[in-house]
Design a protein around this ligand. Structure first.
Ligand code: GDP
Ligand code: MG
Length: 764
């Protein structure tokens, strides 16, 4: 099978093209030795199948980042049959910088001019033939997003792969020409592959090249001695890159024609949207508002506060809302009848779509559970250990984990829309601008925002940070960003908050996400306080143009998530539930090891109770059921969904509605306790997979510090949340006073860091 490689700048649309080409055949892994994503798939639509490899996004082939090294080595060592260089046509000149380097290799090359739909929409045009002639390689205009030109691209690439190609260079025109040519001839004489590419790299003083060709360095130095340049002296790296850029701007700016000079000044639609969305003052409030709307739609039990408003008007007018049955039918919840007085209690409000779907889905899975129970009953086996294992252990836990699917999918849907429309990229930009003063860089926000999906790729993404301190800091802060697997925990706790009769379920979940971001910022500011060096990495980022999220992309994304969730539930979570069931069913009672009557005597009960003492000061582990919260947090180390599965086991109840109620009814926890428990689970050790990723990414010493950071911060902050929360519950003004003190402290620290940062950046 032929093998094609996709190479291009970050955000040029590689992944989009890759998905369009390979459909469902794709699989991801890591490049051996480095933790850079590797994706491979098969293109099946042509006459012959072609294997497609998505190389990591890069701006150049220099050896500075693992992405660059991986891409470069892949092309040189694996010799794909053709390289498809994907170029963002709305940013042609900058993207061609990489093209001019790939061109120098002796390998078939086709340029895919992507985002042509956006170019057309802006009213611009690109002379593709002219571009192709000047580059000396085929160019095909495509839109990966809309699926246009992809077939033609593949035909051209298959065509190109049939004949070998010799590299060519745009440095031909520069004063470096002779130097490069001499080195190239020397390489050719030695029978080196890709002589032109290696010659240019050696002239550039490329580290890898110098290591590989120590013998030639002397010769090149001899050539270089005769060479002087007025501007750059003997900085050959700068010389080469300047020569590339000036060639590009001299020769390729003419292939793009903007609609008209006047039009050019006019802002594109995307720029106009950005004027609002990334506004200096409104950017962050808009972001917060968007997030709030998302969580309100997904988790609110009182949608649009209609219940509150209706009750307010209702009680003003002395009305009582009577249609209880109808309301219950449509909402799955709603008004309740007070059992003592017989009066219709206040209407709870109309649930949001998320809560609505949840209620019905929970009903569905709950019925399946009842069915299983009934089967065992009929067989007269309801008292056996295997019934307990299957029903109480496995089904009960899986039911709890799976009943969250509707709300979680809704959350992922909103996130996918934000991501696909191009808004998420802006968030890093907005945060960078706001927090640069405090020594925090947008470069670090990118891996952090990835953490909303999963901590594993997020920790891997910290590789893009050159500064080691910044990298370590970022890894530690990643738990502040609630990963997808923690979503079921918040969903369950939101339901518990509802069942406790409190009205802030949506605000609670919202605060777990947005509050997490701000907590990360505050913690980062505190960390900077102990940092003598005040360097902030520069942050340059290409903001992709906004576009309507494509149903196909969003759908594919959701499908991936759903598949992942279900597979995870069926494998690792099911397996761990069996283990947890065993640990909570067996123990020592009356001096013998047996299946215990009282869960408190089980193996896990003993461990939990012992540990509960350790967690007593934090507040949320107090009381008769305190150990259950401790045990649940502990099992979350395997996978965060296990927290929910374990709670289902320990509070022994099935579907989410009933589970939440039995937790609320256990009477051992209040809103403050729930909040604190949530904060602990947010900030503490992530799951095993993420911990081992951190271990791989950090030195032993830094890793130990990271582990300490996670446990200390989660222990202390969950305690603070509990006690301040209790204060609010007992005397709200006391809580408020404490909060104000805390805020004042944060402001002072932020001010110190900011003024120090200002000094050093002035000095630099
Ligand atoms: P990668 O970083 O190179 O993998 O780029 P992605 O595939 O993630 O794409 C970056 C952004 O560009 C995403 O928001 C895509 O939806 C968008 N994009 C990709 N291809 C096109 C295209 O042909 N037209 C437009 N308008 N946007 C595109
Ligand atoms: Mg990508």
């Amino acid at each position: 099978m032929k093998k094609f490689a996709l190479a291009g700048n970050p955000n040029s649309g590689k992944t989009t093209l890759f998905n369009a080409l390979t459909g469902s055949t794709a699989h991801t892994g890591n490049w051996p030795g480095v933790t850079v994503d590797k994706r491979e798939g098969v293109y099946k639509k042509g006459n012959e199948d072609v294997s497609i490899v998505d190389l990591p996004g890069i701006y150049s082939l220099s050896p500075y980042t693992p992405e660059e090294v991986v891409s470069r080595n892949f092309i040189i060592d694996e010799k794909p049959d053709c390289v498809i260089n994907i170029v963002d046509a709305t940013n042609l000149e900058r993207n061609l910088y990489l093209t001019t380097q790939i061109m120098e290799m002796d390998i078939p090359l086709v340029v895919a001019l992507n985002m042509m739909d956006a170019v057309k929409k802006n009213g611009d045009s690109i002379n593709v033939d002219d571009l192709s002639r000047r580059l000396g390689v085929p160019v095909v205009s495509i839109s990966a997003l809309k699926g246009e030109g992809i077939k033609e691209l593949m035909e051209k690439a298959i065509e190109a792969s049939k004949t070998p190609r010799k590299g060519n260079t745009v440095l031909e025109d520069s004063n470096l020409h002779h130097l490069i040519n001499d080195v190239k001839i020397a390489f050719e004489g030695m029978g080196v592959d890709n002589p032109l590419f290696h010659a240019v790299k050696l002239v550039e003083n490329d580290e890898i090249e110098i290591d590989n060709h120590k013998d030639l360095v002397k010769m090149v130095d001899a050539f270089k001695a005769t060479f002087t340049d007025e501007v750059f002296g003997d900085d050959f790296e700068a010389l080469v890159s300047d020569a590339r850029y000036s060639y590009i701007s001299n020769h390729f700016s003419t292939v793009v024609s903007k609609k008209s000079a006047k039009q050019e000044e006019k802002l594109t639609k995307s720029d106009k949207i950005d004027k609002v969305m990334t506004h200096r003052w409104w950017g962050i409030p808009i972001f917060i508002a968007i997030m709030f709307v998302i969580f309100h739609f997904t988790f609110a039990e009182d949608f649009l506060f209609m219940g509150t408003i209706a009750n307010w008007f209702g009680s003003e007018a002395g009305l009582n809302i009577q249609n209880v049955g109808v309301i219950n039918f449509f909402t799955g919840m709603g008004a309740e009848i007070d059992e003592i007085t017989g009066e219709v209690a206040a209407l709870e409000g109309i649930p949001s779509l998320g809560v609505f779907l949840q209620s019905w889905f929970g009903f569905l899975t709950g019925s399946l559970m009842d069915g299983a129970n009934a089967l065992f009953d009929m067989a007269g086996a309801s008292e056996t250990w295997y019934c307990s294992l299957i029903v109480d252990g496995l089904l009960n836990g899986l039911d709890a984990v799976c009943s969250f699917i509707p709300q979680i999918m809704m959350l992922f849907l909103f996130m996918a829309i934000l991501e696909d429309s191009g808004y998420m990229a802006r968030v890093a930009f907005i945060l960078d601008r706001a927090f640069r003063k405090f020594g925090l860089s947008g470069k670090a926000f990118i891996p952090m925002l990835t953490g909303f999906g999963c901590s594993v790729p997020a920790i891997m993404a910290t590789r893009t940070l050159e500064d080691q301190k910044e990298k370590n800091r970022t890894i530690r802060l990643i738990t502040c960003f609630s990963c997808g697997a923690k979503a079921p925990i918040w969903t369950l706790l939101a339901a518990v908050i509802g069942a406790l009769g409190l009205h802030y379920a949506d605000i609670f979940v919202f605060s777990m996400y947005v509050g997490g971001i701000f907590l990360a910022v505050i913690l980062a500011i505190f960390m900077r306080l102990f940092d003598k060096e005040q360097y902030v990495s520069p942050f340059i980022m290409e903001l992709p143009q906004y576009h309507m999220p494509q149903p196909r992309n969003v759908g594919a994304h959701l499908w991936e998530k759903l598949k992942h969730y279900v597979i995870k539930a069926g494998t690792i979570i099911a397996a761990s539930l069996v283990v947890i069931w065993f640990l909570q069913s067996f123990g020592v009672e009356n001096g013998t090891f047996c299946m215990v009557e009282d869960m408190g005597n089980s193996l896990i009960g003993y461990v939990g109770k012992a540990l509960a003492y350790v967690f007593h000061p934090t507040g949320w582990a107090m009381g008769e059921d305190g150990w259950k919260y401790v045990v649940s947090s502990l099992t979350g180390l395997v996978a965060k969904e296990d927290v929910v599965g374990t709670m289902a086991l320990l509070f022994s109840s099935g579907d989410e509605g009933a589970l939440a109620e039995s937790i609320a009814l256990s009477g051992s926890i209040t809103g403050a306790g729930i909040y604190a428990f949530a904060v602990f689970n947010l900030l503490t050790f992530p799951c095993m997979a993420a911990i081992s990723t951190a271990y791989a990414e950090q030195t032993r010493k830094e890793f130990v510090k990271t582990m300490l950071f996670w446990i200390i911060i989660s222990y202390v902050l969950s305690g603070v949340v509990f006690w301040v929360g209790r204060l609010y519950e007992i005397a709200w003004w006391g809580g408020l006073l404490f909060t104000l003190f805390g805020l004042a402290f944060i402001v002072v620290v932020a001010y110190i860091v900011m003024s120090r940062n200002k000094e050093t950046s002035k000095g630099a």
